[in-house]
Write a protein that binds this ligand. Structure first.
Ligand code: SF4
Length: 451
């Protein structure tokens, strides 16, 4: 049976078919709908965790306990979860674990556009990049196989267009009864230095074994066409390449770390001019150039923002302008809802000319005119601790007109530790917790303060 699905729906479906029984996440665009869809499968325990680190730790516990686990977050959430991620790479899994990193090139709803493929390389875990909803589902099923076969967490990295785009998906059956036995195994799961030293060589051997596997992995494919142009690509950019340059030869990579060196060399040798087309960082390009392969990448294509068929076609000079449909889309920046109670708070802050250390959520929109009532906004939870730094830099008089503004979900996510620091270290500024008992910005998900 086929079903029209977003990438996020298909990821949830893939986890379901792979026999996942535990799923955890903190909401964040463009990842939020994954857990919302997991709750439609009664066989799966799914939770909103207090933050991404907690979500990953729940997943790690479930994996060690023998279950297949899914953990989902937006790209900046992986910063929060990085601590357990790097050591979990050393311990490996019992039941398979897949970490979804939903990246946001173009910053549709994010404070930066970091490329989380670098996290996979840094943590030495494989990363898969689906390019449509069918691949989202299929790659999930494969990711759990790889996780258990190679004893590693696996990252599945999407971008906004894959997460929210829709395409047809062939549905399959669920694999039942695959929860493994739990066995006490301190050398594998207790990362004291002595055990960690034993695990690190296994991680390096695993990286080499995965690279060898990737040489013939079914999720990489070559589509031969005009051999004057060869393109290496992955993820949603593959779709743009096919639209802009349907005649070109393409090496589409499904697993982008660790890379298949021989496959890439063989492809490169058979084309006249080789390009790597990828959004954001020159992640593939740098590794390919390090092998001495001549390739054109970021000297032609930007490392900022999203790519598009139009941009790729224009750069390679044969874009059929008549095929492009010019659509004028009105600019619609986000604003606070018309009756939002945050408006009154920011109106008063503006009138009092306070300095505002802001945070992430609906209330970040207090930064925009006519409220214009925010001085800083860095990351989840930074408002309170940042305000303490401002006070320590500028003194107690400055702190009289200094406020930290944070929402309830963000406060519980990571603001609460900042407040502990303020109390312990004698901060005197005012903290405002704008408590609406929900995670409003991402669509009203519950959290521990919801009640
Ligand atoms: S959804 Fe956000 S902007 Fe809208 S009323 Fe609620 S808190 Fe305000």
């Amino acid at each position: 049976m086929k079903s029209l699905m977003t990438g996020n729906q298909a990821i949830a479906r893939g986890a379901y078919e792979a026999g996942v029984t535990v799923a955890s996440a903190y909401p964040g665009t463009p990842s939020t709908e994954i857990i919302e869809n997991m709750t439609t499968y009664p066989e799966i325990y799914a939770e909103w965790s207090t933050n991404e680190k907690v979500a990953l730790e729940v997943g790690i516990g479930a994996s060690i306990g023998g279950a297949r686990a899914l953990v989902a977050m937006k790209h900046v959430g992986v910063n929060v979860a990085a601590d357990p991620l790097f050591t979990f790479s050393y311990t490996g899994v019992n039941g398979g674990l897949v970490l979804i990193s939903a990246d946001d090139p173009g910053m549709h709803s994010s404070q930066n556009e970091q490329d989380n493929r670098n996290y996979a390389k840094f943590a030495k875990i494989p990363v898969l990049e689906p390019s449509d909803s069918q691949e989202c589902k299929d790659f999930m099923v494969l990711a759990y196989q790889l996780s258990e076969q190679f004893d590693t967490p696996v990252m599945v990295r999407t971008t906004t267009r894959v997460a929210h785009g829709q395409s047809l998906v062939d549905l399959g059956d669920r694999q039942e009864g695959i929860v493994k036995e739990y066995e006490k195994n301190p050398p594998k799961y207790v990362m004291l230095p002595g055990y960690g030293r034993q695990r690190h060589p296994l991680v390096e051997a695993r990286r080499e074994a995965l690279a060898k596997y990737n040489e013939t992995a079914p999720i990489n494919r070559i589509e031969w066409g005009d051999k004057r142009i060869g393109i290496i690509t992955s993820g949603v950019v593959y779709q743009y390449v096919k639209e802009a340059l349907p005649e070109a030869s393409v090496l589409k990579l499904g697993m982008t770390f660790p890379l298949p060196q021989q496959l890439i060399k063989d492809f490169a040798e058979q084309v006249d001019k080789l390009y790597v087309i990828e959004e954001l960082e020159p992640f593939l390009e740098e590794q390919i150039k390090a092998w001495g392969i001549e390739v054109v990448g970021k000297e032609l294509f930007p490392r900022i923002g999203e790519l598009s068929p139009e941009l790729i076609g224009a750069k390679l000079g044969n874009w059929n302008q008549e095929a492009a449909v010019a659509v004028e889309v009105p600019n619609r920046p986000p604003v606070l809802c018309p009756g939002c109670p945050h408006r009154g708070v920011y109106y008063v802050i503006n009138r009092l000319k306070l300095t505002v250390s802001g945070d992430i959520g609906c209330y970040t929109l207090g930064a925009t005119p006519p409220l214009s009532a925010m001085d800083t906004c860095i990351c989840m939870g930074a408002s309170i601790s940042g305000a303490l730094g401002l006070e320590k830099a500028r003194g107690k008089d400055f702190a009289r007109k200094l406020v930290a503004v944070i929402g309830d979900s963000t406060f519980l996510h990571s603001g609460i530790t900042g407040l502990l620091d303020v109390v312990y270290n004698g901060g005197t500024f005012t903290t405002l917790i704008l408590d609406n008992s929900t995670t409003a910005m991402t669509g009203h998900q519950e959290h521990p303060g919801t009640g």
